[in-house]
Design a protein around this ligand. Structure first.
Ligand code: FES
Length: 104
């Protein structure tokens, strides 16, 4: 199983066991991690923006729809992904992400 660490400043720091094939958002929701997802995971809102701190190579590659959405995001970097679109593709891998928008 992939291990996925979520952080958000000092408010969130948790590591969970994830299922290969699940998205970062699905993993967050399955473990009560407060990652925003206003559109419900349909690549339409960008509230699930994350910055990948390590393990980028263990995520699915970005498609054109995700890249287009991310172009509109303030604070986007080369490590930005949408949590609903980035899937964990390697069993046994380690991935660490910073949540940009908490879901209160
Ligand atoms: S939840 Fe809306 S783009 Fe990911």
């Amino acid at each position: 199983m992939p291990q996925l660490t979520f952080t958000h400043g000092t408010q969130v720091n948790t590591t969970v066991a994830a299922k290969a094939g699940d998205s970062v958002l699905e993993t967050a929701l399955n473990h009560d991690v407060p990652l925003q997802h206003a559109c419900g995971g349909f690549c339409a809102c960008t509230t699930c923006h994350i910055q990948v701190k390590s393990g980028l190579e263990n995520l699915s590659s970005m498609d054109d729809d995700e890249a287009e959405r991310l172009e509109a995001v303030d604070g986007r970097t080369e490590f930005s992904r949408l949590g609903c679109q980035a899937k964990l593709v390697r069993p046994g891998s380690q991935i660490s992400v910073e949540i940009m928008n908490l879901d209160y």
